[in-house]
Design a protein around this ligand. Sequence first.
Ligand code: PBG
Length: 358
Amino acid sequence: MAQGITEQVQHSEDSRRRAPALESVAGQATGAFPVVRMRRLRRSAVVRDLVRETALDLDDLIYPLFVVPGSGIQREIPSLPGQYHWSVDRVAQEAERLAHLGIRALLLFGIPASKDPEGSQAWCDTAPVQQAIRAIKAALPDMLVITDVCLCEYTSHGHCGHLSGQEVDNDATLPLLARTAVSHARAGADMVAPSDMMDGRVGAIRRALDEAGFTETAIMAYSAKYASAFYGPFRDAAGSAPSFGNRRGYQMDPGNAAEALREVQLDMAEGADIVMVKPALPYLDVLRRVKDTFAMPTAAYNVSGEYAMIRAAVDRGWLDERTAVWESLLGIKRAGADLIITYWAPQVAAWLQEGWRP
Ligand code: PBG
């Protein structure tokens, strides 16, 4: 008897716990086949469009651009077919073309004329990125210009910070990153995006920006950035592969998701306006947890290797480009991303402009 009561209590507790989920999933339709037929709402494009839960449009996308020294340069990047290195004199023209396509936000990366152990070209006011910011903002004041803040493209050893022996020295790197961010803001960047994974860098950058009077410059933090094989094509494009070792001492271990929540929480406490999960497709679970836990504006970086995989399969005729790209971007959005940084942005924009629909 006592056993029976316990069982009953247990059972009603279980069903109470399950009830909301059942209600929200089944709604009034508690029946089953043949009364319920899921295919009714899949019969035509109109109905499918009406009931679709997740939409994707250009307002969600940020396009990365690579700026190089020199002039008259538009050079295709071998590891990223369809992506280019641009010299400063050509980049504003490209930004105008992108604006006509409907792209409204750019993320700039720079390749300097020379590298040194400190990465001093990163905070040089006349380096390619700083010049590109000025050129783009002069031509297109409404284009949102975001800059990647990191030292790996600028250091001769290819690591993301100051080296002490063979180790990246966290605290010695912070002022260098802060200087870089201020230099970008001074050139006119709307937002800075630290991608180095040093502890405390968001706070250091926020303080430096505020002290320099750039209180309105936003920070998009690469908060949960994993040590990933999928950055391979980018490192060829940016010449930023580490000359020894790897980045596992500062970027996150791919096995960890709870740790990503701690990273995001710390970046929020330090003043991040937007948090990011990177890469996107192998880490959709992390994206969902970050979005659900913090309800922050959440970005996902659909990185170079994710682009290269689809690009390569499309070029061999193994995948249909438009539907494969749309499905991956939609998946990233459905997993919780509010904004997506993607090399596909101009293609998607051009397809939409032609009136293409998935
Ligand atoms: C710089 C940086 C990297 C990427 C963005 N910022 C490379 C890295 O961390 O090695 C990768 C972007 C991509 O693969 O598209 N630290």
